[in-house]
Design a protein around this ligand. Structure first.
Ligand code: FES
Length: 240
């Protein structure tokens, strides 16, 4: 019984102290001030005045501190223009020289133009003989054909040919045959006056060409090529 009474008194004292504590009083005062309704006014106080824009000053003072006043320094502006003009003129001159050099490098030089075409006098070539000349670094066969050879080649029918071309289509003058000396199989140089058709024989893989330069036997697929040429005289041939 005594123990119960003691516990009851202790609890009463603690409750009383808590209600009278200054810390608790301060907390209650703060809580009441927070939840009190607040009143704000949208009209400025009569004595306040918004500053003008020029009164705010520059945020970036470097602009006003470092800028060049062109109007105040006309001689400096003229010097700047002169300098810029000189630099631009130098650029334009350099570009012009480069363009001229590039364009001139694309046109063929005189020695190249001379090699593009070549003229040969074949007056000394006897009938039945073949000469080999050089044109653009390639061998060219020029054969002076006999009347018998001309008539033999003219009598070959297209059905006998792998690469069908008449003899007439391959010559400007029947007595002269002009063909590139390059085998149409893999590019060897055939031997003149040899082979089964007495025209050219390619020893690399055994191709036989007739006296019109047409493939007649062997692996070569095409006739010997006829280059562009024309007669500049009775016995003068311009190739190219
Ligand atoms: S290169 Fe002439 S036959 Fe092959």
């Amino acid at each position: 019984m005594n123990a119960a009474m003691t516990s009851f008194r202790l609890a009463s004292r603690l409750s009383t102290r808590a209600r009278t504590s200054p810390l608790l009083s301060h907390g209650r005062a703060l809580q009441s001030s927070l939840f009190q309704p607040q009143h704000y006014s949208t009209t400025p106080a009569p004595h306040s005045k918004a500053p003008a824009l020029h009164e705010l000053g520059s945020v970036d003072h470097g602009y006003t501190a470092d800028r060049i006043d062109h109007i105040a320094e006309p001689e400096r502006r003229a010097f700047t223009y002169l300098l810029l003009s000189g630099v631009r003129f130098a650029y334009a001159s350099t570009a012009r020289v480069l363009v001229v050099k590039f364009v001139s490098s694309m046109s063929a030089s005189a020695d190249v133009l001379a090699l593009a075409s070549a003229e040969f006098d074949v007056g000394a070539v006897a009938p039945g003989k073949t000469i080999t000349v050089k044109w653009r670094g390639k061998p060219v066969f020029i054969r002076h054909r006999t009347p018998a050879e001309i008539s033999t080649e003219a009598g070959v029918s297209l059905a006998q040919l792998r690469d069908e071309e008449t003899d007439d289509d391959r010559t400007l003058k029947p007595e002269w045959l002009v063909v590139l000396g390059i085998c149409t199989h893999l590019g060897c140089v055939p031997i003149s006056g040899a082979g089964d058709y007495n025209g050219w024989f390619c020893p690399c893989h055994g191709s036989h060409y007739d006296v019109s330069g047409r493939i007649r036997k062997g692996p070569a697929p095409l006739n010997l090529e006829v280059p562009p040429y024309k007669f500049t005289g009775d016995t003068k041939i311009l190739i190219g």
